[in-house]
Design a protein around this ligand. Structure first.
Ligand SMILES: C[S@@+](CC[C@H](N)C(=O)[O-])C[C@H]1O[C@@H](n2cnc3c(N)ncnc32)[C@H](O)[C@@H]1O
Length: 294
């Protein structure tokens, strides 16, 4: 059997099984090609006319993808984001943040960036992409989960960025003292309680701590918007992913001047987060340092 034939065969099986996609690919063919090619240790541009050695092992992995709904990234222990490969396992979510695209764009690159904070770093993917985007910058990569930090450390070592990317444990900003940053990136948990109860089986393989954002999903986002100004340099920028909660964020933080370079991602300069105390719910949240913990 050729590689192309094996990919077609597994594509048909994935299609018939009505899998959930979104953890690295968005369709059955790409998911099958990833499993076959990378499962066999081949590059994505391998000649599909080549012989598919070890097809039985790949078929067994496909069986687990279907039967147990295990994401391909966890089966292969690898994920790709912005063209870079990362080690992953079930201690971290499969990287897919829209912030990765923004890091390739001028929007973020035009300002001088010496210190970056990646809040809620998981696998460390965004911290590593930030270190590549800003070669002179030091990056703090923060997570509350020691298990996630073990994965982040592995990726930092693989990417040989140990001198510039520092994984450390912290509950959001709590462990960072008075540190200030030119750029704060965050892809925090933002899935609301109702969506958590209806998660596809594939997403249930990811750590609950990485997804659940409280009742309306905004528990951590609220804390980040509240506390970020104290950790931003005067010209500093916050970039925060909120999934499909844009409308909810705009309602709750209507006093803040947020911009939306993607429907799922807000950005704000420090002053835009520091609205007067009389303005709106966002400002009220700031006068209570941890409204979202309740
Ligand atoms: C959605 S994942 C994002 C991971 C990674 N940045 C990415 O984009 O793939 C959210 C991460 O936030 C971490 N987390 C959850 N609550 C946290 C908290 N209070 N402080 C710091 N990190 C937290 C989780 O452990 C998880 O690794």
């Amino acid at each position: 059997m050729t590689l192309g034939e094996l990919i077609e065969r597994i594509t048909r099986r994935f299609t018939a099984a009505a899998l959930f996609y979104g953890q690295g690919t968005d369709n059955a063919r790409d998911e099958a090609a990833w499993l076959v090619l990378r499962g066999l240790g081949l590059p994505f541009d391998a000649d599909l006319g080549g012989n598919a050695k070890d097809a039985e092992r790949i078929e067994r992995l496909a069986e687990r993808r279907i039967g147990e709904r295990i994401p391909v990234a966890y089966l292969l222990k690898e994920a790709w984001l912005a063209g870079q490969s990362f080690y992953v396992d079930e201690r971290v979510i499969v990287p897919r943040s829209h912030i990765a695209e923004l890091l390739q764009e001028k929007l973020l690159r035009r300002r001088p960036v010496r210190r970056v904070l990646d809040l809620c770093t998981g696998s460390g993917c965004l911290a590593i992409l930030a270190a590549r985007a800003f070669p002179g910058a030091k990056v703090d990569a923060v997570d509350v989960s020691p298990a996630a930090l073990a994965v982040a450390r592995k990726n930092v070592a693989r990417h040989r960025l140990g001198r510039r990317v520092r994984p450390q444990r912290s509950d959001l900003f709590d462990g960072l003292g008075a540190a200030r940053y030119d750029l704060i990136l965050s892809n925090p948990p933002y899935v609301g309680a109702r969506a958590m109860a209806a998660l596809p089986a594939e997403l249930r393989h990811e750590p609950r701590l990485a997804l659940a954002g409280g009742g309306d999903g905004l528990a951590l986002v609220a804390r980040i918007l509240t506390l970020a100004p104290a950790h931003l340099e005067p010209e500093g920028l916050l970039v925060c992913e909120v999934g499909d909660a844009r409308a909810a964020v705009q309602r709750r933080f209507r006093a803040l001047k947020l911009a939306w370079p993607r429907p799922e991602v807000l950005i704000a300069v420090r002053d835009a987060l520091a609205a007067p105390a009389s303005e709106g719910a966002g400002a009220r949240a700031r006068s209570n340092p941890s409204p979202a913990r309740r």
